[in-house]
Design a protein around this ligand. Structure first.
Ligand SMILES: *[C@@H]1O[C@H](CO)[C@@H](O)[C@H](O)[C@H]1NC(C)=O
Ligand SMILES: *[C@@H]1O[C@H](CO)[C@@H](O)[C@H](O)[C@H]1NC(C)=O
Ligand SMILES: *[C@@H]1O[C@H](CO)[C@@H](O)[C@H](O)[C@H]1NC(C)=O
Ligand SMILES: *[C@@H]1O[C@H](CO)[C@@H](O)[C@H](O)[C@H]1NC(C)=O
Ligand SMILES: *[C@@H]1O[C@H](CO)[C@@H](O)[C@H](O)[C@H]1NC(C)=O
Ligand SMILES: *[C@@H]1O[C@H](CO)[C@@H](O)[C@H](O)[C@H]1NC(C)=O
Ligand SMILES: *[C@@H]1O[C@H](CO)[C@@H](O)[C@H](O)[C@H]1NC(C)=O
Ligand SMILES: *[C@@H]1O[C@H](CO)[C@@H](O)[C@H](O)[C@H]1NC(C)=O
Length: 583
C-alpha cells in the first residue's frame, strides 16, 4: 500500500513522504546506457504508445540527484528534476528549470511523475516518467532529435546544483527496437574487425582508419549483428566507430593511418555498413533482413574508422578496439542494402563563413533507378538510417516526394551531434518507390570560421549525407545531388564560366549576413545535378571534377551517371519545400 503526502517546499523542494511496504517491481525498460565515463550514472529508459517516457536513473551517491534535458549540454536553460532520500528516510522529488548560471526555479507545472526513489549504502535510484511533450514552456520536448542529457549530483541532501558533479551526454532516446526484440539464428559465427595494437597518439582527436577483409565464406552468409569490442582503459578513449564497405579491394592501402589526412586513399570506401557511438550497445538488423557476404555482389573489404578522443593527452595508450560481427549461413528473406543520399561530396557544395544557420540541399531523383540497376528496382523498404555531416553540421532532414507532392519526413535530427553517429531504427518501415525524390537538407553553423567551408572528406570540410538502410537490396549505391554553382555565382553577381570558376568565385564574395542568405536562397533555387552510382563496377569518373580532393571520387571506381534536371526542380523547391521551410 502506498500513501503519498505532498507539501510545498520549505527549501525549494516539493517533499514527498512515502510509506511503503515493499519495492515496486522494476518495469521492463529496454534501453540503457552509462551517462559518464566512470560508470557512476546509469540510465535505463523506455517509451510507450501513450507517448510516455519512463526513466530509471541510478547514481553512485547518497546525496541529491538532478537529471534532465539541456539545450546545448549546459545548465542554463535546462529542464531538470531533482530528487533524493533524506537521512530520515523521507524522499523529495520535483520538476525545476535552470534560469541562468546561478538561478534554479521550481516549475509551476509539475510534469514529471515520480514512481519511486530509493537509496542504499552507495546509490540513489529514481524511477519516474513524463510525456514526450508536456506543453509546459519550462520543459524541453523529447523528440526525434539528439537529446542533450545532463546529470548533476552532490554528496549530501543539501541541493547545491551549481556546485555538484556534472555530466552531459548526447543521447538518442526515441529508439524503437532493442537487441532483445530480435531472434538469433541457431548457427552463427563471430569475427572481429579490430585495430591491431594501435598506439593512440597524444592528440585530442584522432581518426584512425584501416582496411580489413570480411570473413571469407564459400557460400552466401548473412551478417545480422554488430557489437562494439572496446579495449578497456580507465578513460573513455574510443568515441565512435564506423564501418564502410569497399567495392574493390585491389586499390586499398595497408596499415593504419589518418582517415582524412595526407593520404586520401585512407578515406576510400564511403558506403556505411554500421555506426556505433560511445555508450551504445550492439545493433541487430530486423529479423527478416541482413547484410549479405559471400556472393559476387558483396563487399570483401571494409574500412574501419575509429574516432579517438584523448582529451587528457595521455601517452602510451595501446588500443585494439573495433566491432564484432555475427554472421550466419541461415540466410534471411532479404538482403539489406544501403542507399547513400544527400549532397554529392564535391567542392561546389560550399558553406559561407560566419553563418548562424546555413541550409544546403541535395536531391536524389530516382526516376533512372530501373535503367541504372539493369532490372526493375523493387520498392525500397527503409528500416533504419544514419545521418552524417562534419563539425559544422547542426541538423539533417530527409524528405520524400512523389509525383511532385511531399509525402513526409523520412528521418531528421535537428540537434545533430557529430560525435553521435549511429544507426537508428525507423518507427515503421517506410516505402520508397523508384521515381520518388529524396531531398536531404543540412543545416550548418560557421560562426567560428573565417573562410568558406567546402565539401570534402576531412573533418574541416563538410558533408551532408543520409544513409538509408533498406531491403531488398538493389544495385544502386548512391543517389546524390548538388546545386548548379553557375546559377549561384550569377545570383551573387560573380563571373564564372564553369564549375571550377564558379567555386573559386565564392572566395570573392563579401560574406555578410545578407549575402549568406542570398547564397542560401540561390543554392536552394538552383537546378540540381543528380549523380547516381551503382555498386562495384569500374568506370572512370566524369572529367569535370575540379580539385585534387576529388581524387577520392576517382578512386571509388563506381559507375556514375550525372544528369541535369530541368528547371522543374526549382519550381518544386519553391512550391513544396517552402511549405515547410520559410526563409
Ligand atoms: C526528514 O528530514 C528532512 C530534512 O531534514 C525534513 O525536512 C523532514 O521534515 C523530515 N521528515 C520527517 C518525516 O521527519
Ligand atoms: C545499491 O543500489 C545499486 C543500484 O540499484 C546497486 O547496483 C548496488 O548493488 C546496491 N548496493 C548494495 C550494497 O545493495
Ligand atoms: C519489442 O519488445 C517490447 C517489449 O519487450 C515490445 O513492447 C515491443 O512491441 C517490441 N517491438 C517490436 C518491434 O517487436
Ligand atoms: C589510469 O591508469 C594510469 C596507469 O595505467 C594512471 O597513471 C592514471 O592516473 C589513471 N587515470 C585515471 C583517470 O584513473
Ligand atoms: C578492381 O580494381 C582493379 C584495379 O583497378 C581492377 O583491375 C579490377 O578489375 C577491379 N575489380 C573489380 C571486381 O571491379
Ligand atoms: C544488378 O544488376 C544486374 C545486371 O547488371 C542484374 O542482373 C541484377 O538483377 C541486379 N540486381 C538487383 C538486386 O537488382
Ligand atoms: C551575422 O550576424 C551574427 C550576429 O547575429 C554575427 O555573429 C555574424 O558574424 C554575422 N555573419 C557575417 C558573415 O557577417
Ligand atoms: C526527376 O526526373 C524526371 C525524369 O528525368 C523528371 O521528369 C522529374 O521532373 C524530375 N524531378 C524533379 C524534381 O525535377
Amino acid at each position: 500500500m502506498k500513501l503519498v503526502l505532498l507539501f510545498r517546499g520549505m527549501l525549494f523542494l516539493l517533499f514527498l513522504t512515502w510509506f511503503c511496504s515493499g519495492q515496486p517491481a522494476p518495469p521492463l525498460l529496454r534501453f540503457s546506457v552509462y551517462l559518464d565515463p566512470s560508470n557512476m550514472v546509469y540510465l535505463r529508459w523506455d517509451h510507450d504508445e501513450q507517448e510516455m517516457m519512463t526513466f530509471d536513473l541510478q547514481v553512485h551517491t547518497t546525496g541529491w540527484v538532478a537529471f534532465g534535458f539541456s539545450p546545448h549540454g549546459e545548465l542554463p536553460g535546462s529542464d531538470i528534476v531533482i530528487g533524493g532520500v533524506f537521512p530520515n528516510g523521507s524522499i523529495y522529488f520535483s520538476d525545476f528549470h535552470v534560469v541562468d548560471e546561478a538561478t534554479l526555479e521550481e516549475d509551476d507545472s509539475q510534469d514529471y511523475q515520480l514512481l519511486s526513489v530509493t537509496e542504499n549504502e552507495t546509490s540513489t535510484t529514481m524511477l519516474f516518467k513524463r510525456h514526450l511533450r508536456t506543453c509546459d514552456s519550462n520543459d524541453l520536448d523529447i523528440t526525434m532529435d539528439t537529446a542533450r542529457l545532463i546529470t548533476v549530483f552532490g554528496t549530501d541532501d543539501t541541493v547545491q546544483l551549481f556546485k555538484g558533479q556534472k555530466f552531459s551526454k548526447s543521447l538518442f532516446l526515441m529508439r524503437y527496437r532493442s537487441p532483445s526484440n530480435s531472434t538469433d539464428p541457431k548457427i552463427f559465427f563471430t569475427y572481429d574487425l579490430r585495430l591491431d595494437n594501435f598506439a593512440v597518439p597524444v592528440e585530442e582527436t584522432k581518426y584512425a582508419c584501416t582496411f580489413l577483409p570480411l570473413p571469407v565464406v564459400k557460400q552466401k552468409h548473412h551478417i545480422y549483428k554488430f557489437e562494439p569490442v572496446i579495449t578497456p582503459h580507465n578513460i573513455t578513449l574510443v568515441h565512435h566507430i564506423l564501418i564502410y564497405a569497399c567495392g574493390n579491394a585491389s586499390v586499398l592501402p595497408s596499415g593504419i593511418d589518418d582517415c582524412y589526412g595526407a593520404n586520401p586513399d585512407f578515406a576510400l570506401c564511403s558506403q556505411v555498413v554500421v555506426g556505433w557511438a560511445v555508450g551504445g550497445e550492439s545493433y541487430q538488423f530486423p529479423d527478416d533482413a541482413a547484410y549479405s557476404i559471400g556472393t559476387p555482389w558483396d563487399p570483401q573489404y571494409v574500412r574501419l574508422e575509429i574516432h579517438y578522443s584523448n582529451f587528457d593527452l595521455v601517452s602510451g595508450l595501446i588500443d585494439s578496439s573495433g566491432v564484432r560481427i555475427y554472421y550466419t549461413p541461415e540466410v534471411r528473406k532479404y538482403d539489406v542494402g544501403v542507399l547513400q543520399t544527400g549532397i554529392f561530396t564535391f567542392p561546389v557544395h560550399f558553406i559561407p563563413p560566419g553563418a548562424e544557420s546555413y541550409r544546403s540541399y541535395g536531391l536524389c531523383n530516382s526516376s533512372q533507378f530501373d535503367e541504372m540497376n539493369g532490372t526493375p528496382v523493387p520498392d525500397l523498404h527503409v528500416f533504419a538510417y544514419l545521418l552524417h555531416t562534419h563539425l559544422a553540421g547542426r541538423g539533417v532532414k530527409v524528405t520524400q516526394y512523389r509525383n511532385g507532392k511531399q509525402l513526409g519526413i523520412i528521418c531528421e535530427d535537428n540537434k545533430y551531434d557529430f560525435t553521435l553517429q549511429e544507426i537508428r531504427d525507423m518507427k515503421e518501415i517506410l516505402v520508397i518507390k523508384p521515381g520518388d525524390e529524396i531531398l536531404v537538407e543540412c543545416n550548418f553553423q560557421t560562426l567560428d570560421r573565417s573562410g568558406i567551408t567546402f565539401a570534402g572528406p576531412s573533418t574541416m570540410n563538410e558533408m551532408c549525407l543520409s544513409f538509408l538502410f533498406y531491403y531488398p537490396r538493389n544495385n544502386i549505391s548512391s543517389c546524390m545531388g548538388y546545386p548548379d554553382i553557375l546559377y549561384i555565382a550569377h545570383v551573387l553577381k560573380q563571373e564564372a564560366s564553369d564549375a571550377v570558376e564558379g567555386m573559386m568565385a565564392m572566395d570573392f564574395v563579401d560574406w555578410n549576413n545578407e549575402t549568406v542568405k542570398t547564397a542560401e536562397k540561390a543554392a536552394k533555387e538552383a537546378d540540381q545535378i543528380v549523380v547516381i552510382k551503382t555498386i562495384n563496377v569500374n568506370v572512370p569518373p566524369p572529367s569535370f571534377l575540379p580539385t585534387p580532393r576529388l581524387l577520392t571520387c576517382r578512386a571509388q571506381r563506381e559507375t556514375e551517371k550525372a544528369f541535369r534536371l530541368c528547371k522543374h526542380w526549382s519550381d518544386m523547391a519553391k512550391t513544396l519545400v517552402c511549405h515547410q521551410f520559410v526563409f
